[in-house]
Design a protein around this ligand. Structure first.
Ligand code: COI
Length: 354
């Protein structure tokens, strides 16, 4: 792929690496490519990160034909920069696009574009412990049209921002509200995709959760409001009676998380029994009360491995592991981030040097 480069006159000041938060500071450049029905993908370019102008009647602004991905670049102690399983993100974006009737962005081009942009933005990859460069590829329908149909013009873009922990709690346990009224996804819908619409629909639940002093929402299945599915920004796993249980992804209502998949590999290798099965909220709360619920943790690119210390469901509250990070959760966090930052042998071959 030929990538045109447009240099910016003045580079931005870099933020304090100790106070990055999540998604606040955009880097100097972005990657852009256009798709048109008769031409396919054209004009790959890395240009200054600036506001873009859009036709107010662009399909995405009215009918939300948009998908996105999230992955990170890590700086190792020796200064190398590496990506974690970018092929998984590329493949998932193709599945998301397929559901939203958007053209596929080929895996090799996806990886090439990310590598090229991260190389240009090398100096933005932070080195403080716990930090990384978050990479946000996204695609949207740019055609100007108000009829509801598959658009004939799209843009694929990548922006980046240096980040620390996603939650203000960092690696400390968070409180989660189990949502018993609103739903996130039903079979046949878009639950398995990473599309903006899923997140737009989740914000009301998030607002409710925050009003109740919780950091995130745990969504139940959309039909029975009974089975545990996923949390707003991550998949979720439970350690009950020594075994790990997490929602299956074959229902089409749960995001196939890259971190989720990696955790399952590691846990199986460590000899744990891992069950990808439906777990009812009643059984979960019961396990919380009878002492068999040992640990709860979320998994996601932004959230990494995040301990859950409290679950609030209707009038009932369960505290997990005395609101302390569990032993296994900590071990998984250390191991995964060890691989990502290059301090632990990458025995699965998951890292890709930029
Ligand atoms: C990620 O983990 O990369 C995500 O996309 C979650 C995001 C919505 C904050």
């Amino acid at each position: 792929m030929d990538i045109r480069f447009e240099k910016r006159e003045v580079l931005k000041d870099k933020p304090d690496q100790k106070n990055l938060g999540f998604g606040k500071y955009m880097t100097d450049y972005m990657f852009v490519m256009d798709w048109e029905k008769d031409k396919g993908w054209t004009d790959a370019r890395i240009v200054p990160h600036e506001p873009i102008s859009m036709e107010p009647s662009s399909v995405v602004l009215h009918y939300a034909q948009e998908t996105f991905e999230g992955l990170k670049a890590y700086r190792t102690k020796s200064g190398k920069i590496q990506l974690f399983r970018p092929d998984m993100n590329a493949e998932r974006m193709i599945r998301s696009n397929d559901r939203l009737c958007m053209p596929p962005f080929p895996v090799d081009m996806f990886i090439e574009a990310i590598k090229a942009l991260v190389k240009v933005e090398e100096d933005w990859v932070p080195s403080e412990p716990g930090t990384s460069l978050y990479i946000r590829p996204f695609m949207f329908a740019s055609e100007s049209a108000l009829g509801v149909h598959m658009a004939n013009a799209y843009k694929f873009m990548i922006v980046c921002c240096p980040v620390g922990a996603y939650y203000p709690e960092g690696i400390n346990p968070i409180k989660i509200l189990v949502e018993d009224e609103l739903v996130r996804a039903v079979q046949g819908g878009t639950g398995f995709t990473k599309c903006g619409g899923n997140y737009a629909a989740s914000i009301l639940g998030q607002v409710k959760a925050e009003k109740m002093g919780c950091t995130q929402v745990l969504w139940l299945d959309g039909v029975h409001r009974k089975y545990v599915e996923e949390v707003g920004t991550m998949n979720i796993m439970f350690k009950i009676g020594g075994e790990i249980i997490t929602a299956p992804i074959d229902s089409g209502t749960v995001l196939a998380g890259v971190t989720r998949d990696s955790m399952l590999h590691i846990l199986k290798d460590w000899g744990y029994t891992v069950r990808e099965e439906r777990l009812s909220i009643d059984d979960l709360m019961k396990a919380g009360h009878d002492g068999s619920l040992e640990e709860v943790f979320g998994t996601g690119t932004a959230a990494v491995v995040s301990p859950v210390g409290e679950l609030v469901y209707k009038e009932d509250t369960v505290t997990v592991n005395n609101f302390q990070i569990g032993e296994l959760t900590q071990k998984l966090y250390d191991y995964l981030t060890g691989i990502q930052w290059g301090n632990v042998e990458d025995k699965y071959g998951w890292m890709m040097e930029v």
